[in-house]
Design a protein around this ligand. Structure first.
Ligand code: 1GP
Length: 244
């Protein structure tokens, strides 16, 4: 399966929902349970990743366990080159463009390129932009997060990503953020982009998911809420609000 084509086709029909699972947070069998519920609730694909503690071992095991419960695409959402796994279907080949550390902008990507080729993983290029509060990923990635009241900077970063040839742009408020990316910022960024816009961080209610979609998100990511809520009805409500 070509995962990029799958996503591009889906987003032409409306906003999609991506479930983020951190392989370091629970055993693979539990991750598969979360994935099965998300699949039943209507998610479109899985992202596997986390800021710390992801290893090739827990990534492989989690990916295989999820493949045992559904056939949706699994995209590695890396926090570095180390854990790259051939058991995923694709990898977000991403650059944290507002990091002050060149390692997160291009260093890890150089370290991971040959192994990605060797494993036959599909690379999907993505500009990754951290927005306040940014949370752990902002800290680990030494980002200078975009201020919540500065949509113009977000627009400038996003357009630079598109001009550099990146296939997707991701606005990230950080996993577990108390507030998601402001809808005004999503709207502003969407107004100048032609590549799909992914939005995540702190989305855990149908209202927040719908607000991201209505502001122009092409893909809404939820992680923490899906890892902690086992109520299928509530999961469905969030996914339905994200997809409209
Ligand atoms: C983190 O945007 C994602 O990379 C998901 O964030 O865990 O807050 O849903 P949450």
């Amino acid at each position: 399966m070509n995962v990029k084509r799958y996503i591009l086709e889906k987003v032409t029909k409306g906003t999609i929902h991506l479930t983020l699972i951190d392989p370091a947070k629970q055993p693979a069998a539990k991750a598969a349970e979360i994935a099965a519920k998300a699949y039943e609730a209507g998610t479109d694909a899985f992202m596997l990743g986390g800021s710390t503690g992801v290893t090739r071992e827990n990534l492989d095991e989690t990916s295989e366990a999820i493949k045992g419960v559904c056939d949706l695409p699994i995209i590695f959402f890396p926090s570095g080159a180390k854990a790259i796994s051939g058991k995923c279907d694709a990898i977000f080949y991403m650059s944290m463009v507002n990091s002050v550390d060149i390692g997160w902008v291009i260093g890890e990507q150089v370290k991971g390129s040959l192994v990605t080729r060797k494993l036959g993983l599909e690379p999907i290029s993505m500009g990754y932009i951290i927005v306040e509060p940014g949370m752990k990923v902002s800290e680990v990635g030494r980002a200078e997060p975009i201020k919540r009241d500065d949509p113009e900077s977000a627009m400038a970063y996003a357009l630079a990503c598109e001009y550099l040839g990146m296939s997707f742009v991701y606005l990230e408020a950080g996993s577990g953020a108390d507030v998601p990316v402001p809808p005004e910022m999503i709207k502003a960024v969407k107004s100048i982009l032609t590549v799909p816009l992914i939005v995540g961080g702190g989305i855990r209610t149908p209202e927040a998911a719908a607000a991201a979609r209505l502001a122009g998100a092409d893909a809404v990511v939820t992680g923490t809420f899906f890892e902690t809520c086992s109520d299928l009805v509530k999961l469905k409500d969030v996914i339905e609000a994200a997809k409209g």
